[in-house]
Design a protein around this ligand. Structure first.
Ligand code: COA
Length: 315
């Protein structure tokens, strides 16, 4: 498959480190050196589907397609206000998309997992045009009284439209199940039968272990995949790394021994937007005209699960 359109959308409200320091015992002096984050976009009046629809529409416009032209729709989302139906159906109803659709919850590597699913459908000859939308609001998962998590995340949506082609060169999906490393629990409706104790929690994270997992798997996934494609790291034009934390991105870059110019970032004013992070970065770079035909892009993402994934895509 190949990409023929990208789009992204961010909430209007941008929250700086200084603003957070007005209600929490933290500040730019701690947050910036440890994460590279100075501000993040946070949902206030919008609904997540507003951002998802905007990102998807921009991607369709770039592709020169209408909603009816899409014959398979994958939505990546960890949490939204809707338990059912899936966010894909909410977005589709707003846009007039009328084709089979699925929702996946693969956390931060969701865009790469979705690309792998799409590629499988293309190879099976089942589809001609696929829309992937990643829409996330992690600001609604964290406790804004927990300085170790709330400062890290930002909200947003990213989208891409794919058609038949041979530009996705390889994908590696990886799982090392450890549900306690990044987790959040919600209670379901009470019944007359449930007697066990249940408790909702905000997002809980073992930060240092997640840091280690992210760096180790990303360096390994990228190295293996690039080699599998018969390429060297020198032949990769752009390393599209999940924007979780600037120190993670720097450690991956140092592990690979690659200079910073080939690692585009937007972490400083976006924060970590989970699965939306990679397609937002992709769209921003695309709209800046950074990619030339034939450029090699390597995606790498890691997060809750623990899951990681990488992909090599020729532009
Ligand atoms: N402001 C001020 N102090 C903070 C703080 C904040 N926002 N967050 C944590 N601290 C404090 C802690 O309370 C702790 O204080 P203590 O020693 O008095 O208990 C101290 O800073 C060190 O905490 P620690 O968790 O050990 O810091 P760290 O150097 O490991 O950095 C992270 C914390 C979260 C930045 C780091 O572990 C990280 O980046 N992990 C990866 C997280 C991530 O990106 N997850 C998503 C992946 S998809």
């Amino acid at each position: 498959m190949k990409i023929i359109g990208t789009g992204s959308a961010l909430p209007a409200r941008q929250v700086t480190n200084d603003e957070i320091s007005q209600f929490l015992d933290t500040g730019d002096a701690w947050i910036c050196p440890r994460t590279g984050i100075r501000s993040r976009h946070v949902i206030s009046d919008e609904q997540l589907e507003d951002l998802a629809v905007e990102a998807a529409q921009k991607a369709l416009d770039m592709a020169g397609l209408g909603a009816k032209d899409i014959d398979f729709f994958i939505c990546s989302n960890v949490v939204s206000e809707h338990v059912t139906p899936g966010l894909s159906c909410i977005i589709a109803a707003r846009m007039g998309i009328c084709c089979p659709m699925i929702d996946i919850n693969c956390a931060c590597p969701g865009f790469i997992y979705a690309m792998d699913i799409a590629e499988t459908y293309f190879q099976a000859g089942k589809v001609e045009r696929v829309l992937i939308v990643c829409a996330e609001e992690p600001s609604r998962m964290t406790s804004w009284e927990d300085r170790s998590t709330c400062v890290l995340f930002g909200d947003g949506a990213g989208a891409a439209v794919f058609t038949r082609g041979d530009k996705l060169k390889a994908v590696k999906l990886n799982a090392e199940p450890a549900p306690d490393k990044i987790s959040q629990y919600r209670t379901l409706m009470p019944t007359p039968f449930v007697t066990k104790e249940e408790e909702s929690t905000p997002l809980l994270m073992q930060g240092r272990e997640v840091f280690r997992f992210a760096v180790t798997t990303s360096v390994r996934d990228i190295s293996e995949l690039v080699e599998r494609c018969g390429l060297t790291l020198d032949q990769v034009n752009w390393f599209m790394i999940h924007q979780a934390n600037m120190r993670i991105i720097d450690a991956i870059r140092e592990g690979l021994g690659v200079e910073a110019e080939r690692f585009p970032t937007n972490i400083a004013d976006h924060g970590n937007s989970s699965s939306a992070s990679c397609p937002i970065l992709l769209d921003e770079c695309n709209r800046k005209g950074m990619f030339k035909p034939g450029d090699v892009l390597v995606f790498s993402a890691f997060g809750a699960g623990l899951l990681s994934a990488a992909a090599v895509l020729e532009w």
